[in-house]
Design a binder for this molecule. Structure first.
Ligand code: SF4
Length: 252
């Protein structure tokens, strides 16, 4: 008689470099250990250098090496290739630079029958609403959201939790950003965050404005940002936003 042994469950955390995916990984490690834990990071090659420091520190603390995947392009390189500028409503960079490389890794390394995928959504109403769509999108893998379990943690709770373990939180949070991604210059962010980024990271903002201007020259009237004027939505190029910030500074 032959006996079959069930392979151990693989626990794969989508590890972004943000504090919520870190907190999710901590909960998974506490519940399941680290022997079959994978920290899967999709590198979009546009991150703040401190994000990589945070990845190094936290993977060392967990004792789990980082599993890095990458398309190889930055978001703006992708936008040029597909001739579409991402914006707050449509983010092709998420799909091509994060989901596709992660899915390829899963297809090659993680049998859906014995793999659980973990995503670091927090317990906010907005994130809760996203959970069913994310679960459906990652089929056939099973998806769990450790931070939707109680006790619920605010972002401040998570940052303090990291500090108690001797982990210095990512620099972007200290600089006033809500998320640690794409150097604070995320196409999904609004005018407020881009204005903040222009002040905190003028060099990177200028590079993004130049890349957007090139795409506008190639594709026509496209822009990452829009604004409402007289109840009509208008595109707001980053160069225009930059001029407004400069003018406001001069008038102050
Ligand atoms: S963080 Fe924003 S800009 Fe960066 S890949 Fe994700 S959606 Fe695109």
């Amino acid at each position: 008689m032959t006996t079959t042994t069930t392979p151990p469950t693989l626990h794969v955390v989508q590890y972004s470099g943000g504090i919520t995916s870190w907190a999710a990984a901590q909960r998974v490690a506490a519940q399941h250990g680290t022997d079959h834990l994978v920290l899967l990071f999709a590198d979009v090659r546009a991150e703040h250098p401190d994000l990589y420091r945070f990845l190094d520190d936290t993977t060392a603390q967990l004792g789990v090496p980082l599993t890095r995947v990458a398309d190889g392009r930055t978001p703006f390189q992708l936008f040029r290739d597909i001739r579409y500028l991402g914006n707050s409503r449509v983010a092709p960079c998420t799909y091509w630079l994060k989901i596709v490389p992660c899915r390829r890794w899963l297809e090659a390394n993680a049998d859906p029958a014995n793999t659980i995928l973990y995503i670091g959504l927090d317990a906010s109403t907005r994130d809760r609403r996203r959970a069913p769509g994310i679960t459906a999108g990652w089929a056939p893998w099973t998806v769990r959201f450790p931070l939707l379990d109680e006790p619920h943690l605010t972002k401040t709770d998570q940052l303090n939790w990291a500090r108690t373990l001797g982990i210095e939180p990512p620099e972007l949070y200290k600089l006033g950003f809500d998320h640690n991604n794409c150097h604070g210059l995320c196409i999904r962010a609004g005018i407020g965050q881009w204005t903040h980024a222009a002040r905190v990271f003028p060099e990177q903002f200028a590079a993004a404005a130049a890349a957007e201007a090139q795409l506008r020259a190639d594709l026509g009237d496209v822009a990452i940002l829009t604004e409402q004027r007289n109840r009509v939505r208008h595109r707001l190029p980053l160069t225009v936003l930059c001029q407004r910030i400069t003018d406001a500074g001069a008038a102050a």
